[in-house]
Design a protein around this ligand. Structure first.
Ligand SMILES: Cc1cc2nc3c(=O)[nH]c(=O)nc-3n(C[C@H](O)[C@H](O)[C@H](O)COP(=O)(O)OP(=O)(O)OC[C@H]3O[C@@H](n4cnc5c(N)ncnc54)[C@H](O)[C@@H]3O)c2cc1C
Length: 298
């Protein structure tokens, strides 16, 4: 369906399938896709973006739900944060549900989508560290019914971009059937953008701990050595508990990996230290990582 807004003479297309949406973008390369509009309309309202046309994704029912597939959940890019925050979804992928519940005030969560969060790739995107820790993949729809699958981390790192007319169709997330936690710090009370966030995911089948830190860099950071180190101390066949000192050490390890010490000063010079704001951020990351792992293991 196509309508024309008289004041702007820009076209708005509302396809009902992923392939129709891709075809609409192929036919009008200057058009941009819009899902919930919570990021895109901010850019339009601030005058940063003047799209020649919009291809609305909200009527594509195939990407608004999820289904099971080979031990994974195939999540439609059109899932809203509000939907992902509900208990049935939380039973499936608890950390993603927790991040969705933290993603802004209710009116934003009702409209904002998983695909929009990923495509915007804002450092403060709350689902992003969770998807990084889960090592999720994206299924991207392209012209002619083409589908390709890439790790979400590739897109977030800018190593693989969406080509013109491509859309994020689905997110493939492994179902780990084990505790996972997302925690977020904001600089204020109530809903707000993250100043730092941490996702911790246990993977008992691979005897692994996976952790990603969000909001402190352009993309989520994975402290791989800290993950491997702490996983070796967990009794995977027993109680899986860890002493308080080990949790503290994990938090410090994660924080130091993500916000390293300044390089050593040349001989005779005073050793540089981080400014107070950076030290505060490092302490915040350490506390979030310690608490997240503690909760996952409790
Ligand atoms: C007041 C306010 C508070 C917010 N708070 C938070 C917060 O706490 N945490 C957080 O994470 N986010 C927050 N956001 C940001 C926003 O709500 C999320 O990023 C949301 O997930 C974006 O989804 P959307 O569907 O609205 O995307 P849209 O605005 O529709 O689109 C965003 C971008 O993604 C592209 N796009 C959308 N869907 C697709 C797709 N399937 N394939 C390819 N490209 C696509 C669009 O072209 C556009 O470039 C906030 C926003 C506002 C306005």
């Amino acid at each position: 369906m196509t309508t024309h807004a008289p004041q702007t003479t820009r076209s708005v297309t509302l396809p009902t399938s992923l392939d129709e949406a891709v075809a609409a973008l192929t036919a009008m390369p200057a058009a941009v896709p819009i899902a919930g509009g919570t990021d895109l309309m901010v850019a339009v309202n601030k005058g940063r973006l003047r799209p020649a046309g919009l291809v609305g994704l909200s009527r594509i029912s195939e990407i608004r739900g999820w289904r099971y597939q080979d031990g994974h959940a195939l999540l439609g890019a059109g899932l809203t944060h509000a939907r992902m925050g509900r208990p049935d979804f939380a039973a499936l992928i608890p950390a993603l549900a927790a991040s969705a519940r933290a993603a802004g005030p209710p009116q934003i969560r009702n409209a904002g989508t998983l695909g929009g969060n990923i495509a915007s790739s804002a450092p403060t995107g709350d689902t992003l560290p969770v998807l990084a820790a889960l090592e999720a993949d994206l299924i991207i729809a392209g012209p002619g019914g083409a589908r390709r699958e890439i790790p979400v981390a590739q897109l977030l790192a800018g190593r693989d971009m969406l080509a013109p007319a491509e859309l994020i169709g689905y997110v493939r997330v492994p179902l780990l059937h084990a505790p996972q936690v997302f925690l977020k710090a904001t600089g204020r009370t109530g809903p707000g953008r993250a100043t730092a966030s941490v996702a911790v995911v246990l993977d008992p089948a691979r005897r692994g701990v996976r952790c990603a830190v969000g909001a402190i860099a352009p993309m989520p950071l994975r402290p791989l050595e800290a993950e491997q180190w702490i996983a070796s101390y967990i009794d995977w066949d027993g109680e899986r508990g860890l002493a308080g000192e080990a949790l503290v050490a994990f938090g410090e390890y994660v924080a130091a990996a993500c916000i390293p010490d300044p390089p050593p000063a040349p001989a005779g010079m005073e050793q540089p230290v981080h400014p107070p704001a950076v030290l505060h951020l490092r302490r915040t990351v350490a506390a979030l990582a310690r608490r997240a792992l503690g909760r996952a293991l409790s």
